[in-house]
Design a protein around this ligand. Structure first.
Ligand SMILES: [Zn+2]
Length: 76
């Protein structure tokens, strides 16, 4: 009946994969990229990705190669 657990239950946060594995084993909370302490025990696919986690994840440069574009300057 309690709804007081907060918004973090509604999002899937980004957490390092090995931390998720450890958490799955002993049920300890993990710290998501956005700083949220979170137990990723439930099906994350049911939830939208936490916007803050997503922003941090993208700013970390995962797949950021497309932004460079200056390397191949041989054309002209
Ligand atoms: Zn988050």
């Amino acid at each position: 009946m309690s709804h007081g657990d907060g918004d973090h239950e509604r999002y899937a946060h980004y957490v390092q994969k090995d931390k998720i594995m450890a958490s799955a084993l002993d049920g300890t909370p993990v710290v998501a990229l956005c700083g949220k302490v979170w137990v990723p025990g439930r099906d994350p696919k049911k939830y939208p990705v936490c916007p803050m986690c997503k922003e941090i994840y993208e700013s970390m440069g995962a797949g950021g190669d497309k932004d460079k574009g200056g390397k191949d300057g041989n054309k002209k």
